[in-house]
Design a protein around this ligand. Structure first.
Ligand SMILES: N[C@@H](CCC(=O)N[C@@H](CS)C(=O)NCC(=O)O)C(=O)O
Length: 281
């Protein structure tokens, strides 16, 4: 039976956000419609009508039946949940936050820290911090296996790698590209950047060793941790040393980039694997 996917893809800008107007604009599109039933034996179109939700995903079962909103900056770490949402086929709206606007009151109401990603959900409020957002998506797509099962060693591996990316790799990138946030005195900026570049080189070597004998971070099973790693594999292409110089890491980056979900997310964000020559985006 061919899978039927109801998926709504809309990318809007925070600047133009008018929730009431946008809410009226929701439509659910059935991409493949052979009259097949969902995994529960229901016609998904009927389910749409019965529940009154704006869309129901039937590729993976989900605990989140109403549309979520993912707030992102182009080419940022929010790409990881964006790919995860696409991969899981969940119903969501991608809301672009223009660079600089994340510090404005309209966005601070969504995430008082002024950072992306933020995932607004109907049932669990607004979730921030990449690992939490990724876990939420993985657990919302209940039969997509985007996070290894409870009680397995692989699950703690996935969590461990997400924590490492979030607590070590990402902050090093912040010190490299936003050194002024870490040193008041301009004379100290090159030293901050130098130390950050050395940290990243050592992180890339660590990731390289991890991927020596496995396809994905936790082994054979693709998980949301891989989508997170892709963010740095992609941004690292413009660093020195480039992630291209780490063959296993680069193989992983290319493998994720080839996934239809990654291609759709990047296309929605208006970015390519090779982004600008330096800096975020
Ligand atoms: N610890 C946060 C970090 C989020 C973060 O720094 N996001 C960046 C984009 S990758 C951001 O919003 N930058 C805007 C800024 O720094 O003003 C998380 O894991 O979500």
């Amino acid at each position: 039976m061919s899978p039927i996917r109801n998926r709504m893809r809309r990318s809007t800008s925070l600047r133009n956000e008018r929730p009431s107007v946008r809410a009226r604009g929701w439509t659910a599109r059935i991409l493949t419609d052979h009259g097949a039933l969902d995994p529960h034996g229901r016609d998904p179109r009927q389910r749409l009508a019965l529940t009154g939700h704006r869309g129901v995903h039937v590729g993976c079962r989900t605990i989140e039946a109403t549309a979520m909103k993912l707030f992102y900056l182009q080419g940022s770490c929010a790409l990881a949940p964006h790919i995860a949402l696409e991969h899981a086929g969940l119903v969501y709206e991608a809301v672009r936050v223009d660079r600089g606007k994340q510090a404005e009151a309209s966005y601070l109401r969504i995430n008082p820290l002024g950072r992306v990603p933020a995932l607004a959900t109907a049932s669990h409020g607004t979730i921030t911090e990449v690992p939490a957002v990724l876990m939420y998506i993985a657990e919302a797509a209940t039969d997509c296996s985007l996070i290894p099962s409870v009680g397995t060693a692989a699950r703690y591996d996935a969590l461990r790698w997400m924590a490492y990316l979030s607590s070590t790799v990402h902050p090093a990138l912040g010190r490299l590209w936003r050194a002024e946030r870490f040193a008041v005195d301009a004379i100290a900026l090159p030293a901050v950047q130098h130390a950050a570049a050395a940290e990243l080189a050592s992180d890339f070597a660590h990731i390289e060793r991890r991927l020596e004998d496995r396809q994905w971070l936790t082994g054979d099973q693709l998980s949301v941790a891989d989508f997170y790693l892709f963010v740095f594999g992609r941004l690292g292409l413009r660093l020195a040393p480039s992630t291209r110089e780490f063959p296993n890491f680069h193989r992983h980056t290319l493998a994720i980039a080839r996934l239809p979900a990654a291609q759709r997310a990047m296309s929605q964000q208006g970015i390519a694997l090779e982004g600008p020559q330096s800096g975020p985006g």
